[in-house]
Design a protein around this ligand. Sequence first.
Ligand SMILES: [Zn+2]
Length: 315
Amino acid sequence: MGKEIVLAADLGGTNLRMAAIDRQGTILYRIKRETPRGECVDEIVEAIVESANECRENCAAFQVKVICVVVPGTVNVNNGIIITAPNLPALNDFRMVAALKNELGIKTVLENDANAAAIGENWCGASKGFADSILVTLGTGVGGGIIIDGKILRGFDGMAGEIGHICVEPFGARCRCGSRGCVEQYSSASAIVRIAKELEAQYPESSLRITAQLKGSDVFQAGTNRNKLALEVFRQMGFYLGIALSSLLNALNPEVIVISGGASAGWELFMPHMQETICQRAYGGLSERAKIVRGELGDDAGILGAARLAFDSLT
Ligand SMILES: [Zn+2]
């Protein structure tokens, strides 16, 4: 038999990514398809199984002993159950590991997607070589993964790393979590759109067209053209992100914080404000010591982290 490889699946709210990956982190074969959005969990399991089998067929020369699936939700890694998945509610309380093990006949590992992305960047990306690192993803929401002393921090209930719900404005915007003023409401792609809409009246001369279909990328485009409304949106985004990162630096003293996700495309526009806020707010020398960098793996961070977890499960 050939060398050992693993299967890594990143089940997102929009896309399912599956890859066959070797011990060096090389992606040997990959598939991307739409995530089934039905009420029934069977369609999702079927999509994972089909993709896994396609990877196996195309890598028949290698031994596949384990698959790791990462999902957008809270998971119990010990018993392989998804506790809640807000964007894929069909998966709530689902015994994913048992279902896939039964269908695929190989060892199956489950993890939260942001934790996997943190592990991926730590294995092959922007935080490679650092023992203490934090990943912050700025997507539709804000997610995170915390690695301390080389190990992912899961917490008592597996819910550690909910960085998006760090409070940055005590009486601020309502959050889907039930609280107010979470950083997710100020520094995510959806926040960029919301803030732009709220500021519109203050910038009557702005050429940025505020429509119901406005996207974060439209605001970003306007920002690169020095539109004042867009620049103010990114100033606020950076300021609030800086407050959240200062709290992380103060509590955890990481060597590096990696910023990734779609809204990190606005880095040049929000980074100076983020950095300035950190200098003002982080304790002592923490702001000078910590490196804050952009992610290097893009959409592959999740599958690479899943692959690393899969290899770790073999030893
Ligand atoms: Zn919240």
